[in-house]
Design a protein around this ligand. Structure first.
Ligand code: ZN
Length: 138
């Protein structure tokens, strides 16, 4: 058996029962690399410390044997990531439609309402709370 085969087997044996990597770990590693690039001209001790904390966290999570806890962390991160993606998708939609649609909130329940961009006085009925209100657009 070659040296690399033995090395591979011993690494696999070491990683047996350990968590490995996931989305949160990959994103933490990219954040650490991003900080390293940003810190090249700055040479800040605080940023450098943060990089090392992130790298330590990546290795801690990768070699951890508490699989359930690591999966929960990743699930929480994934849920947060979805909310952030949804927020930016919403912002992008509003930006794309800004010339043809008007976006505002119901004064009663604060539910988002959109309508075609026209001027005049309108009676608007909220789909969520069924409250009717009058709004003028110029
Ligand atoms: Zn409403």
């Amino acid at each position: 058996m070659s040296f690399f085969s033995r090395l591979r087997i011993s690494f696999l044996r070491f990683m047996n029962g350990r968590y490995g990597t996931d989305t949160l770990n990959r994103h933490l590693l990219f954040a650490a690399l991003g900080l390293a690039v940003i810190n090249l001209p700055l040479r800040s001790f605080a940023v450098s410390t943060l990089e090392w904390v992130l790298i330590f966290l990546v290795f801690f999570r990768m070699f951890s044997k508490d699989l359930l806890k690591r999966r929960r962390e990743n699930a929480r991160y994934y849920s947060l990531l979805q909310k952030v993606k949804l927020f930016f998708r919403h912002i992008s939609y509003r930006f794309r439609e800004r010339k043809t649609m008007r976006f505002f909130k119901c004064p009663h329940c604060k539910a988002p309402i959109k309508m075609p961009k026209r001027s005049g006085l309108f009676d608007i009925r909220c789909q969520k709370c069924k409250n009717t209100f009058t709004k003028e657009f110029k």
